[in-house]
Design a protein around this ligand. Structure first.
Ligand SMILES: Nc1ncnc2c1ncn2[C@@H]1O[C@H](COP(=O)(O)OP(=O)(O)OP(=O)(O)O)[C@@H](O)[C@H]1O
Ligand SMILES: [Mg+2]
Length: 497
């Protein structure tokens, strides 16, 4: 079996050290999880392997022989394949054609032999255990999970030396549960065929299910490599954070009969409603539902990003039906697709956080830069943002830290009502803890929160009450105390808990 070894990797970006003695070994036939907090250096390590960045120091060997890296051709020649988040596909072309983008189409009598082309595509997909994707389907009609399966299958059709190692950086971040399950099955097939999979994920469940070995990086350095069968979640979390995480959820506090803050009556939008509920000052309402239940639409209708009907009041005032108006009334929203919807990547971190608050930070038309910088520094500390300074462009931050920037921005407005869509997706366990504590603190100071999450322990741990959405309607609202995951899931499926 081939073995790739990385040792003593160092990489700095200006004064910031992204890698500081990182090490890893990857063997054919294993799934190797790479874990670490946001900003620990995982993506940087992968970018070095892929030849997209050059290490300042360190050693990479393949079966004991030094491996020249630094270009993507070198990585390809070494048998490495990378599934980056931005999938390179041609949406208008069929699946089978997408699988032949980098090699000639089969010909017959000088013409493209479509039957052979499709047969090859079908065969490669079947080797991954995939039989639900027809080779003639246009690529653009597939979801992100199926596109990923097609991309992996395409590598099986390449000419030349066969790839032996697959590198996936948070592949399930944008996938539904069913799509992720198919990807896991395909990963199992690759492993059974002797390939190695290097897998970056923040989801402990996935890692414990898939990985043979787990390597943890902290602050760019190698902390430990452990056999999954001989370790525990707690041990991995300790490796990542250097602290114990027993109390991941802060305790619920007791509240005396709170005043109603948000009143929603007969809310309707596309695929949603009518929905009616009240929310008290300082209350955290969880929203559970399967995908397609209207979870995201509920939040977007409330913020006014979707056309809606119905009567909504916030602190007794009718709530504006447009995002800017709602923001002015004290409503903040953190969308699910943070990278796409929320961030202008080239803009500096300080600007991103402060921009929506400039009117508050200005006097007679002049921005008080000192106040703005102080605000940004205070909020960055509050969300434990890892960045070199307020001038750093958001694009340079690690994925999880980009999400924290949006949290900081929402918090700066002291929102009366905070809407959160999957607030901890792509966020490491330590940062999760920080975000949970932030949400609880805000609630304790009177902010009402609505949180949509497919992470059931998160919903139960954070919420006071949980509303179950099914087919666009709230079918039940249950107290979170004493709720179990199984009961919650059963409620989402419409069975008696
Ligand atoms: N091009 C760059 N310029 C400046 N700093 C960078 C650049 N790329 C990465 N960094 C910094 O290097 C550190 C490691 O980032 P990296 O993206 O590798 O983290 P990560 O482990 O993948 O985190 P996440 O789990 O959030 O994706 C971070 O502090 C990041 O801000
Ligand atoms: Mg990353």
């Amino acid at each position: 079996m081939p073995e790739l070894r990385l040792s003593g990797l160092v990489k700095s970006f200006g004064p910031a050290r992204a890698l500081d003695g990182a090490a890893l070994s990857l063997r054919g036939g294993e799934v190797h999880a790479l874990m670490g907090e946001n900003g620990a250096g995982k993506s940087t390590l992968i970018r070095i392997l892929a030849g997209l960045e050059r290490a300042d120091a360190g050693m990479v060997t393949l079966d004991g022989a030094p491996l020249p890296l630094g270009t993507s051709q070198a990585a390809t020649a070494a048998g490495l394949r990378f599934l980056h988040q931005e999938l390179q596909v041609v949406p208008a072309l069929a699946v089978a054609e997408n699988m032949h983008l980098s090699r000639p189409y089969p010909l017959r009598l000088g013409l493209v032999d479509w039957a052979t082309l499709r047969q090859a595509a079908r065969g490669a997909l079947a080797r991954l255990g995939v039989d639900h994707i027809a080779p003639e389907t246009p690529m653009g009609a597939l979801g992100p999970g199926d596109q990923m399966l097609v991309r992996i299958a395409a590598t099986l059709l390449e000419g030349g030396p066969a790839p032996w190692a697959y590198v996936m950086d948070e592949p399930t971040a944008a996938l539904t549960g069913a799509e992720a399950a198919r990807l896991f099955a395909a990963i199992g097939q690759l492993r059974a065929a002797g390939a190695a999979v290097l897998y970056v994920s923040h989801r402990m469940d996935e890692v414990m299910l898939l990985a043979d070995r787990i390597t943890v990086l902290r602050d760019g350095a190698h902390v430990a490599t452990r056999d999954r069968a001989a370790t525990t979640r707690d041990e991995i979390i300790r490796d990542m954070t250097g602290r114990e995480m027993a109390d991941l959820f802060p305790p619920h506090r007791d509240r005396a009969a709170p005043a109603p803050l948000l009143q929603v009556a007969g809310l309707r939008a596309a695929g949603l409603g009518p929905v009616s509920f009240d929310l008290a000052t300082g209350e955290v309402l969880g929203v559970a539902g399967l995908s397609g239940s209207g979870r995201g639409a509920l939040l977007r209708a409330l913020i006014g990003a979707l056309p809606r009907a119905g009567k909504i009041t916030l602190a007794g005032q009718p709530l504006a039906a447009d995002p800017a108006g709602a923001w002015a009334q004290g409503l903040a929203y953190i969308p699910r697709e943070r990278r796409a919807e929320g961030v202008m990547p080239r803009r500096a971190l300080a600007e991103t956080v402060a921009l929506p608050h400039l009117s508050r930070l200005s006097r007679r038309g002049f921005v008080n830069h000192r106040a703005a910088t102080a605000l940004v520094r205070r909020l960055s500390a509050q969300v434990r943002l890892k960045a070199s300074g307020p001038a750093q462009p958001v694009a340079e931050l690690s994925g999880g830290n980009q999400q924290k920037v949006l949290f900081a921005r929402a918090l700066a407005g002291n929102p009366r009502l905070l809407l959160l869509d999957e607030p901890t997706r792509g966020v490491d366990v330590g940062a999760k803890f920080d975000i949970y504590a932030l949400i609880r603190n805000l609630a304790a100071r009177g902010t009402a929160v609505i949180v949509v999450s497919s992470d059931l322990p998160e919903l139960i741990g954070l919420s006071d009450r949980i509303a179950i959405l099914q087919g666009g309607h709230i079918t039940q609202t249950l107290p979170a105390t004493g709720m179990t995951e199984a009961a919650l899931l059963a409620a989402c499926y419409g069975k008696d808990g």
